[in-house]
Design a protein around this ligand. Structure first.
Ligand SMILES: Nc1ncnc2c1ncn2[C@@H]1O[C@H](COP(=O)(O)OP(=O)(O)OP(=O)(O)O)[C@@H](O)[C@H]1O
Ligand SMILES: [Mg+2]
Length: 327
């Protein structure tokens, strides 16, 4: 991949949350990948695997414990508040619940207006920009005087997407943007996003627990398990040739119509399971855990999986996997 094609690069990004009583949560562990200009890059994995934390680290809404974030070639890991304020318009975020992301007492037009003013659009530019965005998301001006509660979840999420586009950002992190919506509305929103991708050449990090949604919308994806990336590939490749046993399990457990048998994943004995929460108690197995973190559930594990870390195989972003048994 040529450097100029890369919009975002993560290098060994980690986040540990320190809780009370000396506990540490390893929410994100040594994540590295690149996102190309104009692509939708999916991040998929089950609840608690660190997807939202990763999205927030990238936008510097929280600070990394280790590792680096490069945006447009610039190391922004330690960028000053002032520098981040300058970069903020080009990196935006869309959240899962649109009702929580708009002021419930403010008419929607005023909310959009406020964001436009905050980012320095002139009084003259603002109405035109808002009309243009309404056109992108297929809503009429009738919504502008209304309050958030007067709209459906799907309509409001469209407006949240419009709001994220006000500044014409180079990059958007969308954290489960369709997960709170009914299935039929989800499909409309996914169509809208892929339409916007084409029209605006958008680059997006698309976070989802639903691998089918990622397959539909994204170009490439990273599969996360317990804070780490276990596999990265183009979505076609990921579905036709999944290499990591966890990816296979995710694909097999996605809703199916043909009654295919699920991929077997062991149910681990809890005492054999690494826990991302460290405690001062040295009996915590995770602290001493050096093997593959999926090994306790893995039907393919052997001694090596329990004794050696399963680092992501080198070889670029085309297809990489962190597995001793499959590479
Ligand atoms: N501010 C915080 N303080 C302490 N622990 C946190 C904090 N934020 C997240 N965590 C923990 O970090 C881990 C990863 O959480 P995260 O929200 O990133 O997962 P997720 O993949 O987004 O899950 P979901 O699919 O449920 O949204 C979890 O164990 C979570 O409890
Ligand atoms: Mg989340």
């Amino acid at each position: 991949m040529k450097n100029e094609d890369t919009l975002l690069r993560l290098n060994g990004l980690s986040k540990r949350f320190f809780q009370g009583a000396g506990q540490t949560v390893r929410a994100v562990e040594k994540v590295s990948f690149s996102v190309r200009r104009g692509e939708f890059f999916g991040v998929v994995g089950e609840s608690g695997c660190g997807k939202s934390t990763l999205g927030r680290l990238i936008l510097r809404l929280i600070e990394a414990s280790e590792g680096r974030v490069f945006f447009n070639g610039e190391d922004i890991t330690a960028a000053s508040k002032r520098r981040m304020a300058l970069l903020r318009p080009s990196m935006q975020m869309v959240f899962q619940n649109p009702f929580a992301s708009f002021d419930p007492k403010m008419p929607l037009g005023a909310s959009l207006e406020e964001v436009a003013r905050f980012y320095g659009l002139s009084r003259k530019e603002r109405p035109d920009r808002i009309l243009e965005l309404l056109d992108y998301i297929n809503l009429s001006v009738d919504v502008l005087p209304r309050l958030p509660k007067e709209l459906s979840g799907g309509q409001l999420q469209r407006l949240a997407i419009a709001r994220s586009l006000i500044t014409n950002p180079a990059f958007i992190v969308a954290d489960e943007p369709v997960s709170a919506l009914d299935v039929s509305v989800q499909a409309q929103l996914l169509n809208l996003l892929s339409d916007l991708k084409r029209r605006l050449n958008l680059t997006m990090l698309f976070i989802s627990h639903d691998i089918q949604v990622v397959k539909y919308l994204c170009d490439r994806a990273a599969v996360m398990y317990m804070g780490g990336v276990v596999e990265i590939a183009g979505v076609e490749e990921l579905f036709t040739r999944p290499l990591h046993p966890y990816t296979r399990a995710l694909i097999a457990s996605a809703p199916k119509l043909n009654g295919e048998a699920p991929y077997p994943v062991d149910t681990p004995d809890p005492k054999d399971t690494p826990d991302p929460v460290d405690t001062p108690d040295s009996m915590n197995p995770w602290e001493a855990w050096i093997g593959c973190r999926f090994a306790p559930r893995c039907p393919l594990r052997d001694d090596r999986c329990l004794s050696e870390p399963s680092l992501q195989a080198e070889g670029g972003d085309d297809h990489s996997v962190a597995c001793h048994r499959n590479r």
